[in-house]
Design a binder for this molecule. Structure first.
Ligand code: ATP
Ligand code: MG
Length: 449
């Protein structure tokens, strides 16, 4: 077997081996290569001690952040490579930090501390694959299985529960039965994890191809870190527009928006305020007045709690806030102005995903959204006039027309308004004409000097 390594990874292995140290690529990169995918990054493990790694790569840029734990990041021709001394972790009293860490000379011991069999293989050109736990077999079957005894492995580090869900979503793999059962038994430990680690895994999970299936199969596990999901499980919307319970609607919407984190998060939370806003109409229909605002507030609190970056949080909250608003074609410029280009098109993506998760008879809304999108793109191609600074006249031009002081600002705003509503085109001559006409027709309101 020969796997296509990046040349820098191959060079690093040769360098370590040339200096007399056993060395392998290990973990996710081996898994990805065996799947025929290009790894995001290459991790190496070696019998060399940290100071020996430093000596072997003397003259290269080394980032020493993890050195105490045996990890050096070496920059080789522009590629950062994580090189870690073989190590054993034993025992953990808080399900977060391994209590003890000890270096070893033995690859098998190093791979034993890794989370899943498919993540515990090592490879080196000429030496072949090292697979002590049946990783290749599980990879063929598409199965995630803990290395060793799953309850213990989750007790050592509860993040592995979320990692199982994450890899299930990104690889489309099933989680093996014993591993699932242990995850359910140990799920309470998830509450002790740091927000950053949880957010990291949730983010990767949500943009995975199998996010929908994971949401539907494991809401009880995800609900420990995302309690917002719990009231959605099996929630009957009792409304003709809907053929799914709230969690299923949400999972389908997540699946139907493009795999970008802001959109996936917006889809995840877009209706989470519905249970709190439910009322039953006299017609027997369920209504959810104010749910966009409620969902936005819940999402805001959840993303803050999980310490997602502020900019991302604000974008998600904004999308949810408007997810149920109907964008009218004649107000497209106004919407573009209000949300900005990027968020506006994201809103259309969200609304499309939401529509595709409705009862079949209502999914044709998507065509109207497609039309809005092409109209909006047309507007931007023709005359992207969306804020005062984009207006084809400025204060100086209006002064030349005899306006002064506050009258200038008022006139500029009036012109922008008119352009946003499509009543005048954003060209200097048209704008001047528009203003002159306006002043002639509204002598009472004529701006005072
Ligand atoms: P990705 O493609 O997302 O980088 P990966 O498998 O490389 O996936 P990383 O988080 O980069 O995942 O971790 C690298 C390797 O380190 C894993 O493949 C696994 O062997 C091991 N590992 C990482 N985190 C844990 C953990 N919490 N418990 C056990 N082993 C872990
Ligand atoms: Mg990795």
């Amino acid at each position: 077997m020969r796997l296509p390594l990046a040349p820098q990874a191959e060079a690093a292995l040769e360098r370590l081996q040339g200096a007399g140290y056993e060395a392998w690529i290990v973990g996710g990169c081996v898994r990805d290569l065996l799947l025929g995918r290009t790894p995001e990054d290459f991790d190496l493990c070696t019998a060399a001690r940290p100071e020996e790694i430093e000596a072997v790569f003397a003259g290269y840029r080394i980032i020493e952040t993890g050195l105490r734990h045996g990890t050096a990041t070496v920059l080789l021709e522009g590629m950062p490579l994580e090189i870690t001394t073989y190590r054993v972790e034993s025992g953990s009293s808080d399900a977060r930090h391994p209590d003890q860490l000890r270096f070893t000379q033995n690859l098998r011991e190093d791979t034993a501390r890794r989370d899943f069999t498919v993540n515990a293989m090592a490879y080196a050109p000429g030496r072949g694959l090292q697979d002590f736990y049946g990783g290749q077999e599980d990879l063929k079957k598409g199965i995630l299985r803990c290395v060793g005894e799953p309850d213990r492995r989750f007790q050592e580090d509860a993040l592995r529960i979320l990692r199982a869900l994450r890899f299930s979503a990104t690889l489309g793999f099933a989680i093996e039965g014993e591993t699932v059962a242990a995850a359910r038994r140990q799920k309470g430990l998830l509450t002790g994890l740091s927000a950053e680690r949880v957010a990291g895994e949730l983010g990767k999970l949500l943009v995975g191809q199998g996010a929908k299936e994971v949401l539907l199969d494991y809401p009880d596990l995800l609900g420990v870190v995302l309690p917002e999901l719990l009231p959605m499980i099996g929630f009957d919307q009792r409304n003709v527009h809907h053929c799914y319970d709230l969690l299923t609607h949400t999972a389908v919407a997540v699946d139907q928006v493009p795999p970008r984190l802001p959109l996936r998060l917006a889809a995840l939370f877009h209706d989470c305020g519905k249970p709190a806003c439910f009322s039953l109409g006299e017609d027997g229909q369920g209504h959810f007045y104010g749910h966009a605002r409620e969902s936005a507030a819940l999402a805001d609190a959840a993303l803050l709690r999980l310490r997602f970056p502020n900019k991302l949080r604000e974008q998600v909250v904004k999308l949810i806030r408007y997810h149920d608003s109907q964008v009218e074609e004649r107000f497209l410029r106004r919407w573009l102005n209000r949300l900005g280009e990027e968020d506006f098109f994201a809103l259309l993506d969200l609304q499309r995903g939401d529509s595709l998760a409705l009862a079949p008879a209502y999914r044709d809304r998507v065509a109207a959204l497609d039309h809005l999108e092409s109209q909006a793109r047309q507007i931007l191609r023709e005359a992207p006039c969306l804020s005062l600074k984009d207006l084809a006249v400025n204060g100086r031009d209006l002064m030349a027309l005899g306006l002064e002081g506050r009258a200038i600002g008022a006139a500029l705003n009036r012109l922008l308004e008119a352009v946003l509503e499509g009543r005048v085109t954003n060209e200097k001559a048209s704008l001047v004409q528009f203003l002159t006409d306006f002043q002639a027709e509204n002598p009472a309101k004529k701006e005072k000097k």
